[in-house]
Design a protein around this ligand. Sequence first.
Ligand code: 4AD
Ligand code: MG
Length: 431
Amino acid sequence: MIKATIAELPKYVDKEVKVGAWIANKRSSGKIAFLQLRDGSGFVQGVIVKSDVAEEVFQTAKSITQESSVYVTGTVQKDERSPFGYELLVTNIELIHTSTDYPITPKEHGTEFLMDNRHLWLRSKRQHAVMKVRNEIIRATYEFFNENGFVKVDPPILTGSAPEGTTELFATKYFEEDAYLSQSGQLYMEAAAMALGKVFSFGPTFRAEKSKTRRHLIEFWMIEPEMAFVEFDENLEVQEQYVSYVVQSVLKNCQLVLNTLGRDVSKLEKITAPFPRISYDDAITFLHEKGFDDIEWGDDFGSPHETAIAESFDKPVFITHYPTKIKPFYMQPDPEREDVVLCADLIAPEGYGEIIGGSERIHDMDLLNKRVEEHQLDPETYKWYLELREYGSVPHSGFGLGLERTVAWITGVEHVRETIPFPRLLNRLYP
Ligand code: 4AD
Ligand code: MG
């Protein structure tokens, strides 16, 4: 007997196979039962015809409860009507474990209830689909950077420095000095780039966010490439190549789950490099023309502003050259204009907001010292970082892509809480 996963069934048309599965859903009449089977690799319908199987097999199918676990034996058949394209004509069911009163039934549940049951909610068809896309984005990320000569480097999680400002730090008590959970690996990635040229990291990131929005998590995952001898424009080119690569990989390898999610793939098909660029100055003018009177030059954009700008494009858009005073200390000023920096945020289409923040970094020692002082950072803490400018300093650039916001955009789910297996949000640590 062939033991197969659901995803492997297309290889075994007209053959008899054994599949380990859970019962996602069930419907039956006097003569026929339909079991919606899931095994993690996919979903398939099992059909049990009363007249074709032993009486106890049909009775098991009729009485089996949601999320019970089974070994099912059956013949794989083509089924043009189902999105998967195959079904299993069941000949035998071995019950492994009976599940009683599974809390998540096919009816509608409220968000808080589903979040409290996240450990079970992950089994649902929609959550399964989102996790598959997340996995494909991670896979394509490694593939893209490996194929383009990047080395994966793992920055520390426990850090003494605060690259992105001090307001959202997670302090821990252990070391003599204050230690924080990493809010970005960037500073360490800059050191790594001076050793290995082109590097990238992929790891957990912590922001003690007080905001409760559909784009904010307290713990999220960030991909942070950093490149020696790469200047502002070249940095944007890597970003648009990378994001296009990821989207096209998902389109190619996740057709079935995108279908489950009801994602409009025609919108994703348009995501190919190059992406449009608009300066912060022009973005402000554009917003004023659109009637946003609440924003002035020097203000940071809020979600409504980002969404309004993104709506004019069907690809992600780079907003470049933000005012120096609203960006972190390490960003390289525009050589022609001190008041703006060589940075860009990449704003996703369809209202998903900023998915990338990146910039060229200051490589001049004196200027960086000055910035550290202006930002009232402790030069002792940043001593090692400053030393990178002492020994063969070079122009370099990098960026950080937020995985969960990217998953939200590509899957089309409304809120980032559904894009990470166990979300950490304001007031949520369980499960
Ligand atoms: O714009 P951010 O803060 O940039 C940095 O941390 C840089 N040091 C990155 C670098 O240049 N190496 O964060 C980068 C991205 C954002 O564009 C967003 O996608 C995501 O990280 N992000 C969040 N995602 C979910 N929840 C949050 N609270 C996030 N904060 C940032
Ligand atoms: Mg940012």
